[in-house]
Design a protein around this ligand. Structure first.
Ligand code: ADP
Length: 198
């Protein structure tokens, strides 16, 4: 098995690269998706979060109210640490379960937005970083429905390009067209993935 850790700032094009890698045969493990699944309605994860933070973090229909929870932990590092201590083990356990189901010899891509921030680079055979300059990312995020202020705040709260580059084995430049990105993914596959699979 070859494990690729895929990361990049919000709006850089991680999901797009993940999709291209899946088209070439990789198996995707999506950290954001797992983080949502472990606190979905009816899960022990959601019950634990409500236990710790109260009914105020639920929407009227009993789902996790993410903006309410985010507001709670934003200004309170201890609350953030308590939340992480609840959710991270569940995410790790679910990721391990999914990994155990992957066939021998597979190329596994973990899409991990906060790979650098959470110090996980050493967990992967290859760390693949997607980059695009801030203005391009803001424009793409606004295209995806965020306000410009929100887009800039989220970008500002993440690691810098320099921090991500410091742990990258390969950097893809996604300031160009989708076709240019696909060509770089093809090159990555031929030059780094296929040789590493043996
Ligand atoms: P991330 O997963 O890193 O947040 P996405 O892959 O979702 O980023 O890309 C952010 C947005 O930009 C999406 O709407 C996506 O379709 C678009 N996008 C990605 N790459 C390009 C590109 N090269 N040219 C134009 N739009 C792009």
């Amino acid at each position: 098995m070859l494990r690729i850790g895929l990361t990049g700032g919000i709006g850089s094009g991680k999901s797009t690269v993940a999709k291209l890698l899946v088209e070439r045969g990789a198996v995707l493990i999506d950290a954001d998706r797992i983080a949502r699944e472990v606190v979905a309605p009816g899960t022990p994860g959601l019950a634990a979060v409500v236990d710790a933070f109260g009914d105020g973090v639920l929407t009227a229909d009993g789902a996790l109210d993410r903006p309410a929870l985010a507001a709670l932990v934003f200004a309170d590092p201890q609350a953030r640490a308590r939340l992480d201590a609840l959710v991270h083990p569940l995410v790790r356990a679910r990721s391990a379960e999914l990994l155990a189901e992957v066939p021998d010899g597979a190329v596994v891509v973990n899409d991990v937005p906060l790979l650098v921030e959470t110090g996980q680079a050493a967990s992967y055979d290859l760390v693949l970083v997607v980059e695009a300059d801030t203005e391009t990312r803001v424009a793409r995020l606004v295209g995806r429905g965020l306000t410009e202020d929100d887009a800039r705040a989220r970008i500002g709260a993440q690691a810098t390009d320099e921090q991500r580059r410091a742990v990258a084995d390969v950097v893809l430049d996604n300031t160009g067209t989708p076709e240019e990105l696909a060509a770089q993914v093809d090159r990555f596959w031929v030059e780094r993935v296929e040789p590493a699979r043996g």
